[in-house]
Design a binder for this molecule. Sequence first.
Ligand code: MTE
Ligand code: MO
Length: 229
Amino acid sequence: MKTGHDDLPPGQRWRDDFPRFGVTSFARRFPARPDVVCLQWTGALREPLVLDAAALAGLTRVEQRSNFHCVTSWSRRGLMWSGYRFRDVYDALIRASASPQVSLVVLRGEDGFRADLPLADLMAPEVLLADRLDGQPLGIEHGAPLRLVAPAHYGYKSVKHLQRIELRESRDGYRPLGPAFMSHERGRVAFEERGHGLPSWLLRHLFRPLIGPTAAILARAMKERPPPG
Ligand SMILES: Nc1nc2c(c(=O)[nH]1)N[C@H]1C(S)=C(S)[C@@H](COP(=O)(O)O)O[C@H]1N2
Ligand SMILES: [Mo]
């Protein structure tokens, strides 16, 4: 049976570890309560909703092995995530309150990071709200208490430390994080949708030298994290 786990998407290279990674300006912002799920839903819905761990626990828990692809060109094979399908969460707990016109979803992390995806992309069965990784509760380095996992999209769509999910009926008035060339409206790995305006091979070459230094900055920030409280 073909699992797809050995397929390396265009322009990617495997690595054996799974570094804490991301945008360095957020590296020293940590979740206040990494053990407490508290996910707000705002925007185009009748009234804001908050989901906690108990609300999610009523849904089917899913275990899923998938590869992870960072836009800077590193990939990690075979991570075992556990959590809930975004689709199940939306259908069971959100849809009844949401506008039928919702087309864009903005996901925000407690560190200030954000990313957007079309609702249709989030409804794919492999998109999870994950709270466990490789049989352990999700650590702070990988997005505690809850993160998105969207394996068909570049890692920058898989927002860690999820705090708020905003539903929108259009892109009007929404500005993606950072410079335009660094974000793509979909960001699908198979189509090498790395960013905007610049060819993907160029982005790949611009990003590749930043992998080592970025991972080092994020690891150091983690080590120097002030004790909670
Ligand atoms: N909240 C938050 N989520 C984030 C980021 C971030 O800086 N902050 N970085 C993104 C990027 S660029 C990548 S590649 C992945 C890295 O996930 P990891 O740290 O678990 O390896 O997280 C994504 N989600
Ligand atoms: Mo990334």
